[in-house]
Design a protein around this ligand. Structure first.
Ligand code: SF4
Ligand code: SF4
Length: 147
């Protein structure tokens, strides 16, 4: 199972998903600590874009990590071995969709595909879906350019 952006056009930028993620894993609602990122594509009057890990089957982020801190997750994507992360940001550079950023302790924040964000989205923008392996790596358009 992985998080899927199912209805992007319905996003109103309420950041409920980001707050749910940050609250769950960092006990804070600071948006900087969310694994999912809601961005505007060109100013406040433009559409919102959900930047979320695509759960790659052969994750570039994992291959780029020099310390082995990102291990492949069952079903795609990665899990972080926090103790091994040195904060070098090579994973963030390698991710094709810009889904990784650093937390306040210079540790990578990676999506766990737990689905907590989907349960707090009031407009069903996000869904948990079982996606065939072959579909995951390039399932959505890259959003890295909007950062
Ligand atoms: S490269 Fe990016 S999209 Fe792929 S598993 Fe890593 S964080 Fe997720
Ligand atoms: S920031 Fe951490 S997880 Fe990312 S490549 Fe560097 S050591 Fe690996």
């Amino acid at each position: 199972m992985r998080i899927k952006v199912a209805n992007q056009a319905r996003c109103i930028g309420c950041y409920s998903c980001m707050m749910a993620c940050a609250r769950t894993y960092y006990s804070t609602i600071s948006l900087k600590n969310s694994a999912i990122d809601i961005q505007t594509s060109g100013g406040i009057e433009s559409a919102y874009v959900s930047v979320v890990c695509h759960a790659c089957i052969d994750p570039p982020c994992s291959r780029a990590c020099p310390t082995g801190a990102l291990v492949k997750r069952n079903g795609g994507g990665v899990e972080l071995k926090t103790d091994l992360c040195t904060g070098c940001e090579q994973c963030a550079d390698a991710c094709l969709v810009g889904a990784i950023h650093m937390d306040g302790n210079a540790k990578a924040i990676v999506c766990r595909h737990c689905g907590i964000c989907t349960s707090f989205c009031p407009h069903e923008v996000l869904e948990m879906r079982k996606v065939p392996s072959a579909d995951t790596t390039h399932a959505e358009t890259s959003h890295k350019e909007v950062k």
